[in-house]
Design a protein around this ligand. Structure first.
Ligand SMILES: *[C@@H]1O[C@H](CO)[C@@H](O)[C@H](O)[C@H]1NC(C)=O
Ligand SMILES: *[C@@H]1O[C@H](CO)[C@@H](O)[C@H](O)[C@H]1NC(C)=O
Ligand SMILES: *[C@@H]1O[C@H](CO)[C@@H](O)[C@H](O)[C@H]1NC(C)=O
Ligand SMILES: *[C@@H]1O[C@H](CO)[C@@H](O)[C@H](O)[C@H]1NC(C)=O
Ligand SMILES: *[C@@H]1O[C@H](CO)[C@@H](O)[C@H](O)[C@H]1NC(C)=O
Length: 579
């Protein structure tokens, strides 16, 4: 259970009871009425499509080459090998499980004034089974009511909210679970894990109207990040555009589909050179003018991207020590808290991550402790730059772990580090395309599943995967297919070499502005994370929940989380390796 520290001073709950109590009460009452009325009504909005946009999208510029545009890219999700009936079924299930409610189609495109405004929106802490008293072990429930820019209540869901409960003085924080009641109300649920004054933080990441735009971009514009390859023979050099899918019947293509996995990849054929003269691969660029001016209003930093929602009354409560003889109170007191018991992956206390369930967290504060843990291990990190961060952390932290110079391009890899005295080998390799790195040599473009097929594995082998960020611009089917290949390879690896430790690092939150949102929004990551969790469920793999580790922490979100968070992530990895 939670730590046994007492906070020195307690914060009074209602500084101005008469003023706040009324607002609080009416909000709570409203919530109750709305919830009871609407909790069962699950409205299915149609995916919105904005046709005027397609005309605008035909004119765009790129920084470097004229990239192709898609008028119909639904074929993109279905490139590559045809999935088997079972795979199709799983895909359907996964897509259904991440279905996100959208605004009513009648309001499309919604004018800004009718969209969710975090400043006009409010939250209130609900009483605990009728009483304003909370103990460690209880659950804190918060009701959020969204309003539009005119201050009018919203009547549909689909806003993307984040919830955090924290005590800054204790370096404590935990991510909350947000439930969308699809009527403008949301519940945020928090487990109470430590004593003292705890503060609620609710953030609107995107409005439901903005999510609808992101959803459309994901399905219709997988071309919005494009890639390029250089082809060369002697002095003859040509560069062409590449992608997971390119418009068919446009120009001749080079088909770089992987023969083992069937993972599709294409480049336009160079005019003079043949396809087998490809030298390297790199990020091509990001398309512009993807959204209308009206839609751009839905993505304003400080206005409706990651803006906090205020409390109508107090935003904190005091948590008392756990009750000695806990009597289960019957259902009915609170709106919903009894129905959903929130169990987070872990929480911070004293700025250290405490994993809940399974492993006991150890802190590895000095290099000798880490070296002792990794002795005789071969660690293989595969993925994007968030996996590379762990490589860099370990190489910096362990003076005896010497990086071997493979003459790899900076930030691309592959990388290798060796501690001969302790027989430690650390490897990093980026995942196969799509990868927005600069200058990956063609021969180093390898798919993770193929690499895993080449591993002997065993009790001395640790495999770490972090694969998410470069998939956010593609339909989710693309990510599902990639994970399916990796899962197959992992299952075979665990079969032939039991004892191989597999750790998967999930996606994390990052800093968002308009530009980043369109290509890499946390909403895309959230959806990929759900798919990731579901696909490896039941397998003998361990998860580092980077999402919650960044959500619960007080430091600002960043694509590459700050060192303090990386230390906690690597400490968790090491705790998995050395329980
Ligand atoms: C888009 O392409 C797919 C696959 O080629 C096809 O089935 C679908 O009918 C097309 N949709 C439109 C609107 O042209
Ligand atoms: C690309 O190559 C793969 C594997 O050889 C093949 O299955 C696929 O049909 C090809 N795709 C195109 C568009 O030529
Ligand atoms: C590691 O360092 C933290 C912060 O300095 C400290 O609280 C903790 O007790 C240390 N843990 C160990 C095992 O030395
Ligand atoms: C390193 O940390 C371990 C436990 O985490 C501790 O037992 C050991 O004494 C520390 N070594 C040094 C040199 O500080
Ligand atoms: C690709 O390879 C060519 C030829 O070796 C090199 O000049 C170029 O810099 C490489 N591109 C990148 C982005 O590294």
């Amino acid at each position: 259970m939670g730590p046994d520290h007492r906070r020195p001073e307690e914060v009074t709950m209602c500084r101005n009871p008469s003023k706040y109590a009324l607002v609080f009460l009416s909000l709570a009452l409203f919530g109750l009425i709305f919830l009871l009325g609407n909790i069962r009504t699950v409205e299915k909005w149609n995916c919105n499509r904005i046709s005027t946009l397609d005309q605008l999208q035909r004119t765009f510029q790129t920084s470097f080459v004229h990239a192709p545009t898609f008028h119909n890219s639904s074929f993109c999700a279905h490139m590559g090998q045809k999935p088997s009936p079972e795979e199709k079924l799983e895909e359907r299930y996964l897509l259904d499980s991440i279905a996100w409610p959208g605004p009513p189609t009648s309001s499309n495109p919604a004018p800004l004034r009718l969209t969710s405004d975090p400043v006009h929106s409010l939250f209130a802490i609900l009483p605990n089974k009728g009483r304003k008293e909370w103990c460690v072990g209880d659950q804190l429930e918060v009701l959020v009511q969204m309003h539009d820019f005119q201050g009018r209540p919203k009547h549909y869901g689909g806003d993307f909210l984040l919830a955090r409960l924290h005590t800054p003085e204790l370096g404590a924080g935990v991510a909350g679970k947000v439930l969308d009641h699809r009527n403008g109300f949301y519940s945020a649920l928090f487990p109470l894990l430590w004593e003292g004054s705890v503060q609620v933080e609710i953030t609107m990441v995107h409005s439901s109207e903005a999510i609808a735009v992101l959803k459309r971009l994901r399905e219709k514009r997988p071309d919005r990040v494009f890639f390029k390859s250089l082809f060369r023979v002697g002095y003859l050099v040509e560069t062409t555009v590449c992608n997971m899918c390119l418009p068919p019947d446009d120009k001749p293509l080079c088909n770089f589909t992987d023969l083992y996995t069937g993972e599709p990849w294409f480049c336009y054929k160079p005019k003079m050179l043949s396809c087998d003269t490809r030298i390297n691969h790199s990020k091509g660029g990001y398309l512009e003018h993807l959204i209308t001016n009206k839609e751009a209003l839905l993505f304003q930093s400080g206005v409706n991207i990651k803006v906090q929602i205020h409390a109508s009354g107090p935003d904190r409560v005091t948590v008392l020590p756990p009750k000695k003889d806990k009597v289960e109170v019957k259902k009915g007191g609170s709106v919903k808290s009894d129905a959903v018991k929130v169990v987070p992956s872990g929480y911070y206390y004293g700025d250290s991550w405490r994993q809940l369930g399974g492993v006991k967290m150890h802190q590895f504060n000095n290099s000798s402790a880490v070296t002792q843990c990794l002795k005789d291990k071969m660690i293989y990190l595969y993925g994007d730059s968030t996996a590379r961060q762990w490589f860099e952390y370990l190489v910096t932290f362990l003076p005896e772990l010497k990086e071997f110079d493979l003459h790899s391009p900076k930030n691309v890899g592959p990388y290798m580090a060796v501690d001969n005295a302790h027989n430690i080998l650390l490897n990093y390799r980026c995942h196969g395309p799509p990868i927005r790195f600069t200058g990956v040599t063609s021969s180093e473009l390898r798919y993770v599943s193929n690499e895993l097929d080449g591993l002997a594995g065993g009790p001395n082998t640790v495999v770490v995967l972090s694969i998410w960020s470069h998939f956010s611009t593609f339909p989710v089917e693309v990510y599902i297919r990639r994970l399916r290949h990796i899962r197959r390879a992992l299952a075979q690896l665990l079969d032939r070499a039991p004892g191989t430790l597999v750790v998967i690092r999930s996606a994390n939150l990052q800093v968002l502005d308009q530009q980043v949102s369109l290509f890499n929004s946390d909403w895309y990551s959230l959806q990929l994370n759900k798919v990731l969790r579901a696909m490896f469920k039941g397998m003998s793999v361990l998860v580092v929940d980077a999402w919650q580790m960044t959500s619960a922490h007080h430091l600002p979100h960043a694509l590459h989380p700050p060192q303090a968070i990386i230390k906690n992530m690597v400490d968790l990895l090491l705790s998995y390796i050395c329980p």
